[in-house]
Design a protein around this ligand. Structure first.
Ligand SMILES: C[S@@+](CC[C@H](N)C(=O)[O-])C[C@H]1O[C@@H](n2cnc3c(N)ncnc32)[C@H](O)[C@@H]1O
Length: 284
C-alpha cells in the first residue's frame, strides 16, 4: 500500500472528526415527555428540576452500533454531519474527479444541517490548494418547510418540519466552519427556502450539486434550479433516495428531462450520476 500523502491524511482525519467517529456517541438528555407512564413523567420532571440546580441532568446512553454510525443511519448527538463515512468518501471521490478532469464550476449543498458535508467540500478544495471555486451552503437555517401540497401533493403528511433537531441556525453553521479553519470568502451562505433562493442564485455553472433536503418539494426545487447549471462531466448527488418523496422527485425530474445516465448507488440511501453531454452537444 502506498504511503498516504499529507492531503489524504488531512482529509481522512477531517472525515472522521466530522462524523464524530473518534469518540463514542454521547449520552442524550432524557425528555420526560417521551416517557410512557404519567407517574414516571411526573417523577422525572421533579428530579430534573432538582438536578438542574446542581448543574446535573438525566441522560441515557444511546444503543447505536459503529456500523449504523458509519453508514449515517442516525441523527447523531454531536457529529457535524449525519451522512456517515461512505457518503463523505463518495463526495471526496466526486470532487477529486472534478478537479482532475478540470470540470468547470462551483459546488453547492442544498440542506446542510450542522454543515458537515459542506465543510468537507471546502476542506477538499483546501487540501488541493484550489482557490477559484466556491462552496455554496444553502439552507433555511430553521429546519424543513411544512409541506406545500398545492405545488407538491407527494409531500402530503410529511412531518419533518416538526423536528426541532433539524433546525440549525446560520451562526452555528458558520461557527462550525470556523472550528475547522474553513470559513472564508470561498464559502457563500444562501439563506432561505430553496424555492425562493436557488432560482435567483448568481452562479453560472456548478461542477457538483449535492441535494440533501429530504422532501419531494425540496429535492424538486433544487433540481429545477440547479441541474440546468450543472456542467457536463459534473456530478449530481442525492442523499435521500431511500425516502419515498425524494426518490419520486428524482424519478420525476429525470423522466421529465430525459436524463438517462444510470444512477450509481453509494450506500443504503445515497445515489449519484455524472452528467454526460447531450447528443447535440457532442462534437463530431
Ligand atoms: C437532513 S438535513 C441535511 C444533512 C446535512 N447535509 C449533513 O451533512 O448532515 C436537511 C436540511 O435541509 C434543510 N432543508 C430542507 N428543505 C429545505 C428547503 N425547502 N429550503 C431550505 N432548507 C431546507 C433543513 O433545514 C435541514 O438543515
Amino acid at each position: 500500500m502506498p504511503t498516504p500523502t499529507s492531503e489524504q491524511r488531512y482529509l481522512d482525519l477531517i472525515k472522521q472528526t466530522l462524523c464524530y467517529r473518534l469518540w463514542p456517541e454521547p449520552a442524550r438528555p432524557v425528555d420526560p415527555d417521551q416517557v410512557g407512564n404519567r407517574l414516571k413523567r411526573w417523577a422525572l420532571r421533579q428530579l430534573r428540576r432538582v438536578l438542574k440546580r446542581r448543574n446535573m441532568q438525566i441522560v441515557r446512553s444511546p444503543q447505536v452500533s459503529a456500523q449504523a454510525r458509519d453508514e449515517g443511519r442516525i441523527w447523531p448527538g454531536l457529529a457535524d454531519t449525519m451522512i456517515g463515512l461512505r457518503r463523505l468518501d463518495n463526495l471526496q471521490q466526486c470532487l477529486e474527479s472534478v478537479l482532475r478532469d478540470r470540470i468547470p464550476g462551483d459546488l453547492i449543498e442544498t440542506g446542510v444541517w450542522r454543515g458537515g458535508a459542506s465543510i468537507f467540500m471546502r476542506a477538499v478544495l483546501a487540501a488541493h490548494a484550489v482557490t477559484d471555486r466556491r462552496v455554496y451552503v444553502a439552507d433555511s437555517f430553521r429546519g424543513l418547510p411544512p409541506p406545500d401540497t398545492t405545488r407538491y401533493p407527494a409531500d402530503a403528511g410529511d412531518d419533518l418540519h416538526t423536528y426541532a433537531e433539524l433546525a440549525v441556525d446560520r451562526a452555528t453553521v458558520e461557527a462550525n466552519f470556523a472550528k475547522y479553519g474553513l470559513l472564508d470568502q470561498q464559502v457563500v451562505f444562501v439563506e432561505g427556502w430553496f424555492a425562493d433562493t436557488l432560482p435567483a442564485l448568481p452562479v453560472r455553472e456548478f461542477a457538483l450539486i449535492r441535494l440533501d433536503g429530504d422532501m419531494y418539494g425540496s429535492t424538486m426545487d433544487a433540481l429545477r434550479a440547479l441541474y440546468p447549471k450543472l456542467a457536463v462531466g459534473g456530478y449530481c448527488i442525492i442523499d435521500d433516495y431511500a425516502l419515498p418523496g425524494c426518490r419520486r422527485a428524482v424519478e420525476d425530474f429525470r423522466h421529465q428531462n430525459g436524463i438517462v445516465e444510470p444512477l450509481q448507488e453509494i450506500d443504503w440511501t445515497g445515489v449519484y450520476w455524472r452528467r454526460r453531454a447531450e447528443p447535440e452537444d457532442t462534437a463530431i
